[in-house]
Design a binder for this molecule. Sequence first.
Ligand code: SAM
Length: 269
Amino acid sequence: MTDHLPSLRETLDAHGLLAKKSFGQHFLLDLNVTRKIVRYAGPFEGRSVIEVGPGPGGLTRALIESDAGKVILVEKDPRFIPLLSELDDGSGRLTIHEADALKVHEAELAEGPTHMVSNLPYNVGTPLLIKWLTGPWLPHAMTLMFQKEVAERVVAQPDDDAYGRLAVISQAVCEARIVMHLPAAAFTPPPKVASAVVHLVPLAVRPSPERLKKLERVTAAAFGQRRKMLRSSLKQLGGAALCEAAGISPEARAETIDVAGFLRLADAL
Ligand code: SAM
């Protein structure tokens, strides 16, 4: 347990730290909430966990209490490094990297199957998810807090308003579900919108990097003009002939095509 440590609020006060808007800082100071997130993320069974943006360390404390083999932190704001160092018991289980998560090579931070658990900064949540879904390094599983609206875009199904590129790319690579909703008031300072935690588990069979690139091209074109029929939104990529090769009606609209349909369009490119 980490109950012997001063409370997160006391720690923030002792270090004179206030949240910075430019870093998307909205903190979870209630350990009951962070422990619940970690329960959804685990069990880790000794595997490593990377946490992006630990900030004052509320989620980190819950990870330290868990069955994670190693807890690896990536924090961009240097002000938090001394405070996070206080969580290190010297056993080598915790490592802290002052770095931009958009630029780090995760494979160099952790060996073997590794979980990603994070209350993501709102301004870079989507680019980070895309990086982990399409990059060379894929986590064993991801448990990620997003703005509710982004979480809904990740898990959306055809014909949902939120269905678009993010849903197709996410679900082509992972099984994704929302496991928890949190009101804005759960954070200090509270953001303008509610949040939700998404749990993503990579599929046993995933598209190759080349297939994913094609999927990104097709979905960018199709959802770039989502109200148009595919024969016109996909005109530059082959239009009606491409749709027919994929067994999809050229008169259909992007929002009605499921992930398997988009993969067939990518293969027909
Ligand atoms: N995990 C903490 C919690 O739940 O209380 C803080 C979450 S706060 C929403 C986002 C954190 O990500 C902040 O600590 C912020 O400094 C950090 N951050 C923002 N941009 C980052 C980036 N590009 N790379 C790494 N950390 C970043």
